[in-house]
Design a protein around this ligand. Structure first.
Ligand code: PBE
Length: 301
């Protein structure tokens, strides 16, 4: 993946500025015709709007660029928040945009979007989000371990929390409200779990909207159980390394078997995999439904 910092940002801004000046003179009809003849690549400046470089979806997108021979294309690094901000702007103007996208994510409830078909299967199929823990957590903090092992929810339940956070609610508050409103569910997660006595638990997460929601929910339950919980927001690589070296107790942010396959392999044997906390997740390239393309293959046209 090419890293282009200021240059990637400045060139399109300048180009747009020039285009705006010339179209003023040339008249808007001509401008529209030109747009109509553009290829998909030209219309988005051969850019796929990515997220943080450590995300599995970035590596998958690099692989997709190779597999589909998208030779002129760049995957732009940024963050989950920058990606959704760019999407929001483009969507408001009905402009073409291609993003790295995943489910569950609130963007599908706020915008009309579609996944591009992936006939080569680069992004894998449906997968799961797993909970991972450091070795020894079961012995050191059996209650936390038992709860984390029993933690399991659905994409719809996560969406309740995620959408509230997107609408401006503080993540901790949104999580607390969800835990209060879903006492039956939480009772299942904590069945047979003994109360703690102020012991410390450190959870790692990456600033992906899905993980901000899930991590705040489990943090709420752990503090209700009597733990002193610290949340550490880091990149995906350091997160896996942290669980493997024991500096983090656990994380509910392991997308498997495909998205985080390389991290799983790298640290295999140095962490405990507690299995899925959610099934049926997905990653891929996502575009607004108003775009005419349907497949990653169409990006070559
Ligand atoms: N995501 C969200 C992550 C996993 C969770 C799809 C952006 C990733 O690609 O690593």
């Amino acid at each position: 993946m090419k890293k282009k910092w200021m240059s990637t940002l400045m060139i399109p801004v300048l180009a747009l500025g020039l285009a705006a000046c010339s179209s003023d003179k040339a008249g808007s009809n001509e401008d529209k015709t030109e747009k109509g003849n553009q290829s998909v690549g030209e219309s988005v400046d051969y850019k796929i709007i990515g997220i943080d470089p450590g995300a599995g979806i970035m590596k998958a997108t690099e692989a997709a660029v190779k597999e589909y021979e998208l030779n002129d294309w760049d995957v732009v690094e940024g963050s989950g928040a920058a990606m959704t901000a760019t999407l929001k702007k483009a969507y408001a103007k009905k402009e073409p945009i291609i993003i790295t996208g995943w489910t569950p994510h609130w963007k599908f409830s706020k915008f009309d979007l579609k996944y591009l078909e992936d006939p080569k299967g680069v992004y894998g199929g449906e997968e799961n989000i797993n909970t991972i823990a450091r070795l020894g957590l079961a012995e050191d903090h059996p209650s936390a371990y038992k709860f984390l092992n029993q933690f399991h929810w659905t994409a719809d339940e996560m969406a309740d929390v995620m959408v509230k956070i997107t609408d401006g609610e503080d993540p901790e508050k949104a999580a607390k409200a969800w835990v209060e409103a879903n006492a039956d569910k939480v009772a299942k997660w904590t069945e047979g779990v003994e109360k703690a006595n102020g012991e410390k638990i450190t959870l790692g997460y990456v600033a992906w909207d899905s993980e901000i929601a899930s991590t705040n929910v489990i943090a709420t339950v752990l503090s209700d159980l009597g733990y002193k919980v610290t949340l550490r927001q880091i990149e995906a690589g350091p997160l896996w390394a942290g669980v493997a070296d024991g500096s983090l107790d656990a994380s509910v942010a392991a997308w498997l078997p495909v998205t985080h396959a390389d991290y799983y392999e790298k640290f295999d044997g140095k962490f405990e995999d507690l299995g899925p906390n959610m099934e049926g997740t997905k990653i891929g390239l996502v575009v607004p439904s108003y775009m005419e393309i349907d497949s990653i293959e169409d990006l070559k046209k």
